[in-house]
Design a protein around this ligand. Structure first.
Ligand SMILES: [Zn+2]
Length: 811
């Protein structure tokens, strides 16, 4: 905290003679390598440089010490065949899912665990029962109130009518909240597969009222729905080498982890509806018009998005009602999930994007209510994401990438995502809405890479998908336009959160995280940005990050696989960085604590005498000396008391010949090189730093000199390795230092810039003045009402109105 005034700069003289003849290196290393300090480094969990190996799983044949999958790596596989009917009258889904489960593990499995995510909406679910009381007083929005009431009435959850094996025999199954255990007649041995069929239905949640990751939205004017259908079929839970079955209850926040596999899905919907889905459409001749097919072909090689269904056609389609249905058939390979959307209201546009040797169709589906924003930005944002993420991770491997506008603000599934931002009714929109749309499309399409393909466990580690994805989202945003208003990624944007107390480490289970957005999105994205810009450098970071992405593409990484790979590929021990940023809630606050100037004292007795005399003469008289000036002293009226020491002959600084001889003898004993050192006029500045935040980081120091030049100095974080609270750094220069700045480019998320300057910098601020509003008392109001009714509308009267919006306005 302490910053010094230039006047307080301490000047000292370096007594260089003291170190001649000793071995400074020897003295130093003896201290640094003492057994205690070596021991402390490995046993003290508070040491910011202690290695993380004790906290990480022991490497083995499935996951090796470099952070890569090992020779015995395995993962399960689940293939799905689903026939589903969307009932628009009941807003219900009904169908059958057939799962072929391949046991590729070396373990025998007596039962399968199935995720029943819709049961989260069932009355009495853990998700509903663990919701804590909202803040009702002094006000609550109508939206929040509707949601509270609706979630207590909604008839949600799966209705499962049968669970059978390949032969149609019923299988015993047990409903445990959002999970179901299916007991197999014979345990599934390694290398075997088994078939399970589940007949089921459920009511689709109103995602405009109850917060959900998919659902329906009703449009009053034309009586149509947009359906965004997700977590819509019983899905096999993940079974892994590091955690066995992932059957943590679904409470709504911790997302999913699923097995990769192939899907064949037939969706039956009202004939007028357009279906957007994960996968490749297998029967375009049965469900698309000739015109749409022709436009799709045009879009493949177009420069700009092409309308497949125009806004006018979509508007016409809104009022069509037939009793006929159509079945859309989709095929998806090597995906971990499947989602779709359907509506009569969809405009559809598409653009072919070259990704390596294949053309990916970037496509958007949205109602006229989303125009003119969506046709301008959605599909272009998809194309941009594929291009940028492709460079930092790997080439997008799927045939389509889709963005749908509906009730969900932002949610991702393989090849398809749901994005909410829309303009106002009159077609205008705010800057926030515009960039909100571009950002959310980049983010949700980006999730194809993390965690749809780099298949981390979202229910456990939110940062592994949200943090990594938000980091790449930031890079993609900055490549969209100059000064793109990114919400997250810049170090200075995270300082407010880092300073606060209400936090848990990034390495916290998804459901237990506090301040979700800052913890799982903002902080890891910022940490990676700092790692890239300041710790490793762009080339080294990008190489390591790509290596991680490629190693774990279509596989299941854990946090230590990420940490280890980043170190393995960059060649830098980053345990201190993971420890500080991912395992602690410390923040960065490095302060300049002081600066001292030393100069060499050659030991010449004449020089010394002169210097001492000057120092004495420069000293200001004390107040007592001032007041005693005219004091009549005894020796003035008793001159006999004076002797040699009171006489002008006595010079207390007189140099003895003996001292000169001894100095000459010292000089004679020096080599010419040593004599030259002795004559140097170099400045030796010792700058003291304090680590107030706890998180160790490099010291980035800009030094300003009296000749108006400046210099940037970077001291790596390891400067704190012997003392993580205080360090001093020697700056040797012939110039005079006049000013120091810490982290002037705001690279480290230092939460307090006030202590980053020497001399201390005054931080200007402003305050406002206000006048108490005087309210009328009841007698004055009664008098006013009695006089004239028209006065109700007078400006004088309106000052009594509350200045804050009512609940309906504040929604
Ligand atoms: Zn996300």
């Amino acid at each position: 905290m302490a910053s010094l005034n230039p006047a307080s700069l301490v000047t000292a003289l370096l007594a260089i003679a003291l170190v001649i003849g000793t071995d400074p290196a020897g003295v130093h290393s003896a201290g640094a390598q003492s057994p205690e300090s070596a021991n402390r480094k490995h046993s003290d969990p508070h040491d910011p440089f202690a290695q993380l190996d004790p906290w990480w799983p022991t490497p083995g044949a499935t996951r090796i010490a470099s952070g890569a999958p090992g020779p015995a790596y395995w993962q399960q596989r689940a293939d799905y065949e689903i026939d589903i009917t969307l009932d628009d009258d009941q807003q219900q889904l009904k169908g059958v899912v057939k799962i072929r489960y391949h046991n590729q593990s070396p373990h025998t499995l007596p039962y399968l665990w199935i995720q029943l995510d819709q049961n989260r909406f069932r009355q009495g679910s853990d998700a509903l029962e663990t919701v804590t009381a909202p803040s009702l007083s002094p006000k609550i929005s109508f939206g929040a109130m509707k949601s509270i009431l609706a979630s207590r009435q909604f008839d949600g959850g799966y209705r499962i009518t049968s669970v059978t094996d390949a032969a149609g025999e019923s299988l015993p199954h047990t409903d445990i909240g959002t999970m179901m255990r299916i007991d197999l007649p014979t345990a599934l041995a390694p290398g075997e597969k088994t078939d399970v069929a589940i007949d089921y239905s459920y009511n689709i949640v109103d995602a405009k009222v109850i917060r959900a990751r998919g659902g329906k939205e009703f449009f009053e004017d034309d009586k149509n729905y947009i359906y965004e259908i997700a977590q819509w079929f019983p899905r096999v839970a993940a079974y892994t080498d590091f955690g066995a079955w992932q059957h943590k209850s679904f409470l709504g926040r911790g997302e999913f982890t699923l097995e990769l596999g192939n899907y064949r899905v037939r969706i039956t919907a009202p004939a007028e509806m357009v279906v957007a889905s994960t996968g490749t459409l297998e029967n375009p001749d049965e469900v698309l018009t000739e015109r749409w097919k022709q436009r799709l072909t045009e879009a493949e090689s177009a420069e700009k998005p092409v309308f497949i269904i125009t806004p006018e056609e979509a508007e016409t389609n809104e009022s069509v009602r037939t009793q006929r249905t159509k079945t859309w058939e989709f095929d998806a390979k090597n995906v971990r999930d499947f989602a779709f959307a359907a509506s009569r209201k969809f405009i559809w546009d598409a653009l072919g994007v070259k990704v390596g040797s294949q053309t990916v169709m970037a496509m958007s589906y949205y109602p006229n209510e989303a125009e003119p924003l969506w046709s301008k930005y959605s599909t272009e944002s998809i194309a941009h994401t594929l291009e940028v993420y492709g460079r930092y991770a790997f080439e997008y491997p799927y045939p389509v990438a889709i963005s749908v506008n509906g009730p969900v603000y932002g949610m991702e599934y393989p090849m398809i995502c749901f994005n909410g931002p829309r303009p106002e009714d009159d077609g205008t929109y705010s800057k926030e809405t515009k960039y909100g749309l571009i950002s959310v499309v980049i983010h949700e399409v980006g999730h194809n890479f993390f965690p749809m393909i780099v298949n981390s466990d979202e229910r456990q580690w939110t940062w592994m998908d949200e943090g990594l994805n938000t980091f790449l989202q930031y890079l993609a945003e900055q490549e969209w336009e100059e000064d793109y208003p990114s919400r997250r990624g810049d170090p200075e944007k995270i300082t407010g959160y880092m300073r606060g107390n209400n936090q848990r480490p990034i390495m916290t289970g998804s459901e237990e995280i506090l301040q979700f957005g800052n913890n799982a999105y903002g902080k890891p994205a910022t940490a990676l940005n700092i790692l890239r810009e300041t710790i490793l450098g762009r080339d080294s970071f990008d190489f390591a990050f790509r290596e991680y992405s490629r190693r774990w593409k279509f596989k299941r990484p854990t946090p230590s696989d990420f940490f280890r790979t980043m170190e393995d590929a960059s060649g830098v021990d980053l345990d201190w960085f993971w420890r500080g940023w991912f395992y602690s809630t410390d923040h960065v606050d490095i302060a300049i604590d002081g600066i001292q100037l030393y100069k060499i004292d050659a030991g010449d007795p004449d020089e010394k005498a002169e210097r001492t005399r000057q120092e004495r003469d420069r000293k200001e008289a004390t107040v007592t000396e001032d007041r005693n000036q005219d004091l009549r002293r005894r020796i003035d009226w008793q001159p006999g008391l004076k002797d040699f020491y009171n006489s002008p002959q006595y010079d207390e600084f007189k140099v003895e010949e003996e001292d000169r001889k001894s100095f000459q003898k010292f000089l004679d004993g020096l080599s010419s090189e040593e004599r030259a050192i002795l004559r140097r006029t170099t400045n030796f500045y010792v700058v003291d730093f304090r680590n107030l935040g706890g998180l160790v980081m490099p010291i980035l120091l800009r030094v300003h000199y009296a000749d108006n030049t400046s210099e940037m100095m970077t001291f790596p974080a390891q400067i704190w390795r012997h003392n993580s609270k205080r360090v001093s750094k020697l700056i040797v220069t012939d110039k005079e230092i006049v000013r120091l700045e810490l982290d002037p480019k705001r690279q480290t998320a230092d939460v307090d810039e006030g202590n980053n300057h020497w001399p201390e910098k005054m931080v200007p601020s402003r305050f406002k003045l206000f006048k108490d509003e005087k309210k009328k008392n009841p007698m004055q109001k009664a008098a006013a009402n009695g006089q004239d009714d028209t006065e109700q509308a007078s400006p004088d009267k309106t000052t009594d109105q509350p200045t804050e919006p009512g609940p309906e306005q504040g929604k």
